[in-house]
Design a protein around this ligand. Sequence first.
Ligand SMILES: Cc1cc2nc3c(=O)[nH]c(=O)nc-3n(C[C@H](O)[C@H](O)[C@H](O)COP(=O)(O)O)c2cc1C
Length: 266
Amino acid sequence: MADSKLKLIYFSPTRTTRRVLDAVAKGFGAGELTVFDVTREEGVPQDFDCANDDLVIIGTPVYAGRVPAIALERLASLKGAGVPAVLVVVYGNRAFDDALLELKDFSAEAGFKPVAAAAFIGEHSYSTKVTPVAVGRPDAGDIVKAEEFGRELAVMFQRGKWDNGVGLNVPGANPYKERVNRALVAPFSQGNCELCGACERVCPTGAITVGVEVVTDADNCILCCACVKVCTNDSRKMEVPRVLEISKWLSTNCAERREPDVFLAQ
Ligand SMILES: Cc1cc2nc3c(=O)[nH]c(=O)nc-3n(C[C@H](O)[C@H](O)[C@H](O)COP(=O)(O)O)c2cc1C
């Protein structure tokens, strides 16, 4: 697809969404690729217009069956200008519920033409050594599927199939699942913390400040676990009772491997 311009846009605190989108882009093989990581506010460009792109792929994780509210905030100024969009959600092996439909509806409202969608599986943000959930995903098999999806998009693109503008159907219900209220709790750093600042740098909401100690503003924490996963000496912990309970439930009830789903406009 040497003559195509592809834009990747993602919100991805623990980087599983990012890895899936990178693989889809690799399969597509665009001549020109631009990437917007909107996980942190500074990644949102001043002018978020896609008029000059041939295809845009938007990816977010699933939070409580929805697109995270903060991801929608980051994407609020996005203008589709009639460009075809591919919607991708990544979920932690429980379910994606209404998230893909919500992302599709959002993209249409922003002026895109939704042409394809997919739901992939990523290691659950709450997975721990004691309560593992979808560990290591997306794994090699998922990446192969993501690249295949990208190649399929390239074939559709070459055939000009999207020009028909025929609708895309994805699972989900509207009204979407009700959002879960913020828990006003947060991970914390333990004694062996070396104050390296990695947690502060990855936090999507700026809720962490590292000085002579690590201060976390629980009011701003979205429980994404980016800080926990980035901590190299295991000192950042999500040992919040409510989250530990959820991790345990997920580890017991969502152990059976789920596979990616792909949806194409007819
Ligand atoms: C607050 C929160 C809610 C989540 N809700 C769901 C869910 O409803 N279903 C599911 O399967 N996974 C759920 N997950 C897991 C994430 O969707 C999954 O780990 C995803 O791979 C994270 O994407 P990222 O690596 O791009 O941040 C949730 C994670 C968090 C932090």
